[in-house]
Design a protein around this ligand. Structure first.
Ligand SMILES: Nc1ncnc2c1ncn2[C@@H]1O[C@H](COP(=O)(O)OP(=O)(O)OP(=O)(O)O)[C@@H](O)[C@H]1O
Ligand SMILES: O=P(O)(O)OC[C@H]1O[C@H](OP(=O)(O)OP(=O)(O)O)[C@H](O)[C@@H]1O
Ligand SMILES: O=C(O)c1cccnc1
Length: 489
């Protein structure tokens, strides 16, 4: 295969149909019609009670230098039958949308806008694919990491997934998302270099196998490293691995930091208890037991119930691939468009499935917290012009089962969608990754425990304002009447 074109831009990281639609809009004079699109997911990933939003920094980088390069245009010229005028339009393209978004580390829920793009229709359309690509993966992995973190507590949580990730990008951005969601470190050195994530690691079975002997291998490692964690399960954990790790630790004394041993197979509850006894008997009370091998939040919880003596956890495959739910399923839907007279009209996508009917109109998500305890009471999705933060009380009701409702007073309403780009100009200062991680942890704390548990959490209220709800109903009626009128013709 020959790669004729340099990979010098992300602009073509889109589905062909987006560019084809751009051509329709451009040719028929619709490209610059003002439009609003919103990105959201419909179902909570892993049946979790919340999700952790991630991916904004990459969206910022993607849009910051958003221009069709000569190579992009040359490729389109060669493969598509686009008229030269359309290619000139693409060449002169200048990104000029407003982008609003949840910030990274924010706790988010289904059916609420996470990213909102407003501007010329053709531009909003073009960037759909990449935005979904980024948000879908990073939010999924950050959420999976948060689930794992919730059973690990303060135990060391290392992300070990690179070798099993879906290719290089996933390893890198997955490591970053996992860090935001709760991991303390990654084994991926490049992720450390690029993002400043702490890196950590032990050694593999191959080291031991190459020496064909635990003692010789551990000794070799100790001769060449200060910090040592020995992998003890290559031949026989209790009869050879741990005794030889202890022997080497004693021989090297202060010349090394004997941090502990790693186990990677067998019954980890039973083995870890026996390993702990052996380490303690030898006086290595501070040496830690590291574990890895297809771990996830369920296995970890089980191991903890069995009182496994594990202090540090290396988690790869099941985290980086979001093994039990490999897709978040976020979508990007048009919610308002300028009509022929230049007036903005709200749009809807109907479905026989009530949950799938989109909510028309440009919206803001307000997080409602009670002033007395600073705990989140629910999210309130209001039409853009509404100002629930200036209201004395707020009436919240379930958007399908409206009889489930409550009135809240003495509350704070915080808008969650922040300005990121204004008319194509970046107006947001991206925080450091560490700040995002800390933010995620504090937002997580502000949730009631009932929403935080991994298994069968309570459903967090994500409600529509009365105005957004009524707007939705009246548009549904309007569309239904339009469809009936068509049939009667
Ligand atoms: N006490 C335990 N309770 C529950 N799950 C456990 C326990 N000990 C280990 N596990 C998990 O059970 C699975 C065992 O995997 P597997 O059958 O591959 O065993 P193994 O001993 O590691 O074999 P291999 O050497 O082939 O990796 C892993 O996911 C591991 O994390
Ligand atoms: O199980 P995961 O959660 O995916 O964690 C990563 C796994 O990768 C390594 O195994 P691998 O067999 O690839 O290499 P090794 O030779 O070092 O054991 C490590 O020992 C873990 O078991
Ligand atoms: O450092 C380790 O122990 C490690 C790193 C990646 C995968 N498995 C183990």
């Amino acid at each position: 295969m020959s790669y004729q074109y340099p990979d010098d831009s992300l602009v073509l990281h889109t589905d062909l149909y987006q560019i084809n639609m751009m051509k329709t809009y451009w040719e028929l004079g619709r490209a610059d019609r003002h439009a609003v699109f919103e990105c959201y997911f419909r179902d909570m990933p892993f049946d979790n009670g919340y999700a952790v939003f991630a991916g904004l920094e990459r969206i910022v980088n993607y849009l910051k230098e958003f221009k069709f390069t000569e190579a992009d245009l040359a490729y389109l010229r060669e493969t598509q039958e686009y008229p030269e005028e359309f290619l000139t339009y693409l060449k002169e393209f200048k990104f000029s949308c407003d982008v609003r978004s949840m910030v990274e580390g924010e706790i988010v829920f289904n059916n609420e806008p996470l990213v909102q793009v407003e501007g010329p229709l053709a531009q909003c359309q073009l960037i759909e694919t990449a935005i979904l690509n980024i948000v879908n993966y990073q939010t999924l992995i950050a959420t999976k990491a948060a689930r794992i973190k919730s059973v690990l507590g303060d135990d060391l949580f290392m992300e070990f997934g690179s070798r099993r990730a879906q290719e290089l990008d996933a390893a890198l951005w997955g490591a970053r998302a996992a860090y935001i969601g709760g991991a303390d470190a990654t084994s991926n050195v490049r992720a450390g270099k690029l993002f400043g994530i702490p890196i950590s690691g032990t050694h593999a079975h191959s080291l031991v196998q190459s020496y064909r002997d635990d003692y010789e291998a551990f000794k070799a490692y100790a001769q060449t490293h200060k910090d040592c964690v020995f992998l003890v399960d290559t031949y026989d954990t209790l009869k050879s691995g741990v005794p030889n790790a202890i022997k080497v630790a004693k021989e090297f004394g202060d010349k090394i930091n004997f941090l502990g041993v790693r186990i990677d197979s067998g019954d980890m509850a039973y083995i870890s208890k026996k390993v702990r006894e052996q380490l303690d008997e030898a006086g290595f009370y501070d040496a830690k037991i590291y574990a890895s091998n297809d771990l996830d939040e369920t296995t970890i919880m089980n191991l903890k119930m069995q009182k496994a003596k594990i202090d540090a956890w290396g988690i790869g495959t099941k985290l980086i691939t979001a093994y039990d739910q490999p897709a978040l399923g976020a979508v990007y839907k048009i919610v308002a468009i300028e009509d022929d007279k230049g007036k903005m009209v709200d749009t809807i996508k109907l479905s026989s499935n009530v949950e799938k009917v989109s909510t028309p109109g440009k919206k803001q998500v307000w997080r409602i917290t009670r002033n007395s305890d600073d705990k989140s009471q629910g999210d309130y999705i209001a039409l853009w012009e509404e100002r629930p933060d200036l209201q004395e009380e707020i009436f919240m009701f379930h958007p399908v089962h409206t009889y489930v409702n409550k009135t809240i007073t003495d509350f704070t309403a915080r808008p969650l969608l922040q300005d990121i780009f204004s008319k194509g100009e970046l107006v947001y200062e991206v925080p450091t990754l560490k700040e995002m991680k800390e933010y995620a942890a504090t937002r997580h704390e502000s949730l009631w425990e009932e929403y935080r548990r991994d298994l069968n959490p309570q459903t967090y209220p994500v409600d529509l304002s009365t105005a957004a709800y009524n707007n939705k109903l009246s548009i549904i009626e309007e569309v239904k009447k339009g469809v009936q009128a068509l049939y009667q013709k």
